[in-house]
Design a protein around this ligand. Structure first.
Ligand code: SF4
Length: 895
């Protein structure tokens, strides 16, 4: 028989999360889902995906999606409207505000999640046609200090190195980067380089992170002292005659000033050790390794950037690479790791308030050039408001209209609570979004515009090594969702600029973007993709990952910058920058004796609007937490696993306590992911000060004075339900996805007498209730059963001995018959056990902490490889390998 077997269609696309920019193969299943795997042909990941990328298939459901335009009514309700009504309203009200108050009263707040084409159109409308530069982006919170540092040193925002440098380095220095969790696939590449060629890994971070565990040398630096360390390194290299004077003389300026300032800050190893609170021997070892290794890559990320002195830190790092000529050669470069999938694309189009377009700024020659290219009638002539200033202007009432695209500033900005309150002052507040409700929408958005999401939209993104990749649609756009570029173009048309926004497809926009990059360039600007300006639609559809620059007439190649100078300054020489002496952060005090550092966890992304849909990803760190040194916890009366109230002068949050000796005394760490949509009282950015770097405008998110104290709740418990619920006011809770429904972990002071009422409200319609309660012990267990099957439950117990949910959760997730669940409700044996299965360590194979510990304790695994053989944990994406190593050594990092 010759029956034809149809092959599933496989679409090559790019991961929507971090700046590594991994290639993804998506095979749609025809019913709204897709199977996901890494693209072996993509040069960023060669087939690997981390836990987040691997779980993309669990994030495609439509339940939370905004599918139709909506407008807020006088009674505060949101009502579905047609696209025409919504777009007309946006254009009409924008026009009225511009006519009355001028273009400076309008602001766009964009996102590193947008595609380059979306970004380009939004930036062009605002800067070229509305006439305001108030276009900023959440990338301001992520890597603006790297941009500013690059521009100061190189004359342009140029990333000199490429990922292949990591493969070819003999020393990899990670500064302020928990790459094992935040750039996992690139991190696995670093580990591979270590195994293959013996490259050594140095990690510089105040926290002993998952990344630090793999380091050959870990430097637990005092918070904020990175530039002192690199100043000390510059001095040490100079004193050891280890500088490349030929490179310095031929290709740079201002070296003497930089070295002089470095001597003032950190004159020798001892002074460096004092400034950084590191052991002198460790400082000396770092200096020695750097001096003695020709091929060095220094990777830096948010620990450097998210600082009120972030730009100086970046330049202190770049200084040592310039001074030793370790730049632009194989295995030698400073390499900024961008956080977001298209932070780099946003920089290319000019999506920051201090850029105009295509790596051009606001000089009169540049504005004139872009004006002529765009045919722009009222091009903005100067920089606009950066993110924090933009929201402060909203607070003051000088910005009256805001359009937010693809981001959630009500959660992620510093002083987020205050910023959120300020949004109510806006006359016009437009949000283009994927989800029907997030904290920014809930803050009073007046017009909601449903945007196409990952898997539905089509365009390009650029990763940390300047590689442009296609994000391709593999699912139909649901409901009335539209691409962001279409939405912006329709508003532009209604404002009377239709001729300049007459795009029919993303390829039209990309060609224009590429042509602008090459327009009157002549090799003077780093960003030039002129060779792509004439791509046909078919060639754009089939575009392979390509690294810029790709100038017209040149063969495409992977180019490093600056090995032979040719910097983008007027004299083509790089600038050494003399950094300011590191300033103390806002002082701690008796009231706020600790310092709050913020960051991310392994399996969540930003404010969780996508990753919180995945049961696998929610299982690793199921609750918002604060990490604290055990001695500080004891001093504050906190118990590991208990709840703490964390307070700063800006607000407070209630978080689970995770005692960890890798946390420095005097510092605490809390992840930024949880919002009102996923938890209560857990918005960490509410607590963060809004001090910014004077050059980059990037806020300091890692050093706010804080205090901790026990959060007093009498009872804790969990609920498992088929539909998400909201628990009564006064209950602390975190929601998470579990297979087949929603889980809620909560704490309350509701007395046992009230529990039955609460449970009856949660009881699914038509379900039968089985209840056990022991008021004297403060224990309640309630099971919900329908048609002979287990349909959910509510378990509660005393706060010092909360019920464990592992047994009930696996029954719930498996859709089990009623009997075993009834046994646990009435006998309570599994639920009251003190040993829990623990967090999910290996997301790929669903392996939990207790299973791994059991194998190790039973002598079945003495190494990570043994664990892999016994349980498969760690044998796929590798994101959990640092934790597995930790468990083998007897210490668990996960919460
Ligand atoms: S490392 Fe993970 S999150 Fe980042 S792009 Fe790759 S798969 Fe996506």
């Amino acid at each position: 028989m010759n029956a034809a077997v149809s092959q599933p269609i496989v679409v090559r696309t790019t991961c929507p999360y971090c700046g590594v920019g991994c290639g993804v193969l998506a095979a749609p299943d025809g019913i709204g889902g897709a199977s996901i795997s890494g693209d072996p042909a993509h040069p960023a990941n060669f087939g690997r995906l981390c836990s987040k990328g691997s779980a993309l298939d669990e994030t495609l459901a439509l339940e939370q999606r905004l599918l139709h335009p909506m407008m807020r009514q006088a009674d505060d309700s949101l009502v579905r409207v047609s696209w025409n009504i919504a777009l007309d309203a946006v254009a009409r009200r924008l026009r009225a505000i511009v006519d009355r108050d001028g273009p400076g009263a309008i602001a766009f707040y964009l996102s590193g999640q947008l595609l380059t084409e979306d970004y380009y159109v939004a930036n062009k409308l605002m800067k070229g046609f509305i006439g305001s530069s108030n276009v900023d982006t959440n990338s301001r919170l992520c890597m603006a200090s790297s941009v500013a540092g690059h521009k100061r040193a190189f004359g342009a925002d140029t990333v000199p190195g490429i990922y292949r440098d990591i493969d070819e380095a003999d020393l990899i220095v990670l500064v302020g980067s928990n790459a094992a969790w935040c750039h996992p696939v690139l991190y696995q590449r670093m580990i591979a380089a270590r195994q293959r060629r013996g490259a050594r890994l140095i990690v510089i971070d105040p926290r002993r992170t998952a990344t630090a565990k793999d380091a050959d040398l870990f430097l637990p630096i005092a918070p904020g002292m990175d530039s002192a360390l690199f100043c000390g390194l510059l001095v040490a290299l100079a004193d050891a005659q280890a500088l490349d004077h030929a490179f310095i003389d031929r290709h740079t300026t201002a070296f003497a000033e930089a070295l002089g300032r470095a001597r003032d800050i950190a004159a020798d190893v001892a002074a460096t050790a004092r400034a950084t609170a590191l052991e002198a021997a460790a400082v000396g070892r770092f200096f020695e390794l750097f001096r003695g290794t020709d091929r060095v890559v220094t990777c830096f990320s948010q620990g450097v950037n998210q600082s009120a002195q972030g730009t100086d830190k970046v330049n202190a790092i770049i200084n040592v690479h310039l001074a030793t000529g370790r730049i632009g050669r194989p295995g030698s470069a400073p390499l900024s790791l961008t956080g977001q999938p298209n932070a780099m694309g946003g920089r290319e189009v000019g999506g920051l308030a201090n850029q105009l377009a295509a790596h051009m700024g606001f000089s009169s020659a540049e504005t004139d050039r872009v004006r002529r290219f765009w045919g722009a009638p009222r091009i903005a002539a100067s920089e606009g408001l950066k993110a924090v200033d933009m929201f402060t202007a909203i607070e003051r009432g000088t910005v009256k209209a805001l359009w937010v695209m693809a981001t959630n500033p009500a959660v992620s900005l510093p002083r987020a609570g205050t910023m959120r309150a300020a949004l109510s002052k806006l006359e016009l507040f437009v949000v283009s979004e994927n989800v029907v409700s997030n904290d920014t929408v809930a803050a009073g958005a007046q017009v909601l515009l449903p945007a196409a999401a990952w898997g539905e939209k089509d365009g390009t993104v650029t990763n940390s090594e300047r590689r442009i990749s296609r994000q391709r649609a593999f699912l139909p756009a649901p409901g009335e969702t539209r691409p962001d570029w279409w939405i912006v173009s329709e508003v532009a048309r209604r404002l009377g600029f239709g001729a300049a926004f007459d795009y029919r497809r993303p390829a039209d926009i990309f060609r224009e973007h590429a042509a602008l990059s090459a327009f009157e360039n002549g090799g003077h600007r780093d960003f030039d993709i002129g060779a792509l300006a004439t791509l046909s639609d078919a060639a754009y559809d089939g575009l392979q990952p390509v690294m810029w620059p790709v100038r017209a007439g040149e063969t495409q190649c992977e180019r490093r910058f600056f090995a032979t100078g040719d910097f983008f300054t007027p004299d083509h020489r790089a600038r050494f920058v003399a950094p300011q002496a590191p300033r103390p952060h806002a002082a701690t005090s008796d009231v706020f004796p600790l310092r709050l550092n913020t960051g991310r966890v392994r399996d969540q992304w930003h404010t969780m609007t996508r990753t919180a849909m995945s049961p696998r990803l929610c299982a690793h760190s199921p609750q918002p937490f604060v990490e604290i040194h055990p001695d500080d916890a004891q001093a504050a009366g906190l118990a590991d696993g208990g709840l703490a109230k964390v307070t700063t002068q800006y607000g407070s949050a209630t978080l689970k306590v995770f005692c960890h000796a890798g946390q420095q005394r005097g510092s605490i760490f809390a992840p930024i992911h949880w919002s009102d949509a996923t938890a209560t009282q857990a918005r960490v950015c509410d607590l963060v000060a809004a001090a910014t770097d004077p050059i980059s405008g990037q806020p300091e998110l890692k050093a706010t004075p804080a205090r901790v104290e026990p959060a007093s709740f009498g009872y804790r418990g969990f609920a498992l339900l088929r539909r998400p619920v909201t628990l009564p006011e006064g209950t602390w809770f975190a929601r998470l996805a579990v297979t087949g429904g929603a889980g809620v972990l909560f704490a309350t002071n509701e007395p046992p007498a009230m529990w039955h009422d609460l449970v009856r409200r949660l009881l699914p319609e038509g379900a039968e209730l089985a209840a056990y309660s022991d008021r004297a012990r403060g224990v309640g267990r309630f099971g919900f059963f329908r048609s002979g099957r287990f349909d959910g439950c509510f378990f509660i117990g005393p706060a010092h001995r909360p019920p464990q949910w592992d047994a009930m959760r696996s029954l719930f997730e498996s859709g089990a018959v009623a009997a075993p669940a009834r046994r646990i409700v009435f006998a309570g044996r599994d639920a009251d056990a003190t040993v829990e299965a623990g967090p999910l360590i290996c997301a790929c194979f669903g392996v939990r902490l207790s299973a791994i510990r059991d194998v190790v304790a039973a002598g079945g695994a003495a190494s990570v490889a043994d664990i892999g053989r016994a349980l498969r944990a760690g044998t796929n994406c590798g994101s959990c390998l640092p934790e597995l190593r930790d468990i083998v050594e007897g210490v668990a990092q996960s919460v």
